[in-house]
Design a protein around this ligand. Structure first.
Ligand SMILES: C[S@@+](CC[C@H](N)C(=O)[O-])C[C@H]1O[C@@H](n2cnc3c(N)ncnc32)[C@H](O)[C@@H]1O
Length: 215
């Protein structure tokens, strides 16, 4: 039997934003918007797994070119249809995955919002290494993702994470089996947290990492 692609969001692309709102209200969008203002003027930006691109509406108008990659045709179509007027002509849309990145091409800023949580640890190590190479020295990497907080809220967060993993496993053939400690991955790849904020009682973290030279 031929199996479909992993992490395939086509089936739920049309309801994705409503689903997010139903479960989290506006908090995930707040987390995505939190540090967009730190993107320098004229910066070249790489977006991976951008989905419907809701956050693009909060992008600073003075941003440079944006290279926007998503593996789902339907997600990409929705994002293109909703392209904010202030970014008109600045976005290059690409249907695909990190494999479409051109070797040697680098960006000032990378954005991964709820993208790193799609992968197994082994795959994530490879993706982090590839994306690190794709980022300019002193470049910024804006990420948002889930984590289990070390608070009294951990028990319900753990139930919610397990429920989401099961839901996305069924609906998208999610590759990830569990939530990974993303901060440790960034540390291993010599990316330094510059600014951080948490949302949903610590269940969502939004971080700006900066790339430093490997000694
Ligand atoms: C959980 S959604 C997040 C969407 C958006 N960033 C947001 O926060 O609303 C993950 C997105 O990554 C895309 N995706 C899955 N695997 C991918 C890959 N290897 N490369 C690029 N995009 C991918 C999916 O199609 C989907 O749009």
């Amino acid at each position: 039997m031929k199996m479909g692609a992993l992490n395939d969001y086509n089936l739920i692309a049309g309801i994705y934003d409503r689903l997010v709102y139903f479960v989290f209200g506006k908090r995930l969008w707040d987390a995505q918007r939190e540090f967009l203002h730190t993107i320098p003027a004229d910066a070249s930006v790489l977006v991976l797994g951008g989905g419907t691109g809701r956050f693009l509406h909060a992008m600073p108008a003075q941003v440079g070119k944006i290279y926007y990659i998503d593996a789902s045709e339907k997600m990409l179509r929705i994002a293109r249809q909703q392209e904010p007027p202030h970014l008109s002509g600045k976005i290059q849309w690409a249907h695909g995955t990190e494999t479409v990145l051109k070797p040697g091409k680098t960006y000032d800023v990378i954005i991964t919002f709820f993208y790193l949580d799609l992968f197994t640890a082994e795959k994530l190590e490879n993706i982090m290494a590839l994306l690190r190479q794709t980022l300019h020295e002193d470049g910024l990497w804006l990420m948002c993702d889930f984590e289990l907080s070390a608070t009294t809220h951990r028990w319900w967060q753990s139930i919610l994470v397990k429920t989401m993993l099961l839901f996305f496993k069924i609906m998208t053939r999610l590759e990830a089996k569990k939530l990974l400690p993303f901060a440790a991955f960034f540390a291993r790849h010599q990316l330094i947290a510059q600014r951080e904020a948490s949302f949903c009682k610590g269940m969502v973290r939004s971080v700006v990492y900066v790339k430093k030279m490997v000694q």
